[in-house]
Write a protein that binds this ligand. Structure first.
Ligand code: NDP
Length: 279
C-alpha cells in the first residue's frame, strides 16, 4: 500500500492501527534541562508531533516537562523511549519502563523500543514489553538495531510482533533486504542518523538536488526517507534546523532521483554494528 505524505502532522498506521507521525524530532546528545526543553518546544511550535528519546540519553525529564507544559494536547504527541542494554531482562525492563515514565511525567508511552539486541537477553526483554502493551501502558512496542536474524530469533515465540524497527539509515547504509523483510512482516522501518550526523553535506548528488529544488541537503534526505516509506527523526537543538528539517512538503523527488540516492549505498555504518557492540 502506498504511504501518503501530506504535511508535518501526517501519520502512517502501524500493524496494530496506531498512527505514527512519519517525521519526528530526535534528541540524542541534547542536554537535559534548558537545551532539550527548548528543542522540544520549538519542534512542537513548528508542528512536530513525535519526539524520540531513550533512557540512555538522560534527557527524559526535560522532554517530558516540555511536552507537559506545551499547549499541544498530550494525546496529539507521539512519545518514544527505549530500554537500555544494562536494564534488559524481564523484571529489570518493567522497572526501567516505570523509571522512564516517572522521569517523563507521563501516564503512558506511545512507543517503547528495545534499544539494542543484547544477546541472551532480548527475548526476556520482549516478554516485558508484551506485558506493558497488554496492560495498556504503551500503545505500540518495537525494537531498534535488530538485523534480520535477530528478528527471526525473536518472532517465533512472540505473542505480539514488533511494530517498529529503528535502525541506522542514510545513503551510505540502505540495507534494502532488511527493509524488504520488515515490510513483509509489517514492521515499520524507522531511520536513526538520517542526516548522517552531518556528513550529508559531503554527498555531491544530494548537494546537486538541493540546488535543483532550492532546498538544503538535510531537507533532501528527509524527503528521501519519507518517499521511501521510512519514518525519520532528524536531531537538532537549533530552531532554524528544527524548522527547516520539516519544511519538506512543497517538493517531490522523482523516481530516478530516489534511485540515485539509493545508489550512494556503501553498506557503511557511522554508528556501532548490531552484531558486534560491547555496551
Ligand atoms: P542526525 O543524522 O539526525 O544528525 C544530527 C546532527 O546534524 C546534529 O549534529 C545536528 O546539529 C546536525 N543538524 C541537524 N539538522 C541540521 C541541518 N539542517 N543542517 C546542518 N546540520 C544539522 O543524527 P542522530 O545520530 O542524532 O540521529 C537522529 C536521532 O535518532 C537521534 O537524535 C536519536 O533520537 C535517534 N538515534 C537512535 C539510535 C538508536 O540506537 N536507536 C542511535 C542514534 C540515534 P544541531 O543540533 O546543532 O542542529
Amino acid at each position: 500500500m502506498e504511504k501518503k505524505i501530506t504535511d508535518i502532522g501526517g501519520t502512517w498506521p502501524l500493524a496494530n492501527g496506531v498512527q505514527i507521525p512519519y517525521l519526528g524530532l530526535g534528541v540524542w546528545q541534547a542536554e537535559d534541562g534548558a537545551e532539550v526543553q527548548q528543542a522540544v518546544r520549538w519542534a512542537l511550535e513548528a508542528g512536530y508531533r513525535h519526539i524520540d528519546t531513550a533512557a540512555v540519553y538522560k534527557n527524559e525529564a526535560g522532554v517530558g516537562q516540555a511536552i507537559r507544559e506545551s499547549s499541544v494536547p498530550r494525546e496529539d504527541v507521539f512519545v518514544t523511549s527505549k530500554v537500555w542494554n544494562s536494564d534488559q531482562g524481564y523484571d529489570s525492563t518493567l522497572r526501567a519502563f516505570d523509571t522512564s515514565l516517572d522521569l517523563l511525567g507521563l501516564e503512558t508511552l506511545d512507543l517503547y523500543l528495545i534499544h539494542w539486541p543484547v544477546a541472551g537477553k532480548f527475548r526476556e526483554t520482549w516478554r516485558a514489553l508484551e506485558k506493558l502493551y497488554a496492560d495498556g501502558r504503551v500503545r505500540a512496542i518495537g525494537v531498534s538495531n535488530f538485523l534480520q536474524h535477530h528478528l527471526e530469533e525473536l518472532m517465533p515465540e512472540a505473542k505480539v510482533k514488533p511494530m517498529v524497527n529503528q535502525l541506522e539509515f542514510h545513503p551510505w547504509l540502505v540495507q534494502s533486504e532488511l527493509q524488504a523483510y520488515c515490510r513483509q512482516h509489517d514492521i515499520q522501518y524507522q531511520a536513526w542518523s538520517p542526516l548522517m550526523q552531518g556528513k550529508v553535506f559531503e554527498q555531491d548528488i544530494v548537494n546537486e538536488l538541493a540546488r535543483k529544488y532550492g532546498k538544503s541537503p538535510a531537507q533532501i534526505l528527509v524527503r528521501w526517507d519519507l518517499q521511501r516509506g521510512v519514518v525519520t527523526i532528524p536531531k537538532s537543538v537549533k530552531q532554524a534546523h528544527i524548522i527547516g528539517n520539516a519544511d519538506v512538503f512543497d517538493f517531490e523527488l522523482t523516481a530516478d532521483e530516489l534511485a540515485y540516492i539509493d545508489g550512494l549505498d556503501r553498506n557503511q555504518r557511522l554508528g556501532p554494528d548490531p552484531d558486534n557492540f560491547d555496551f
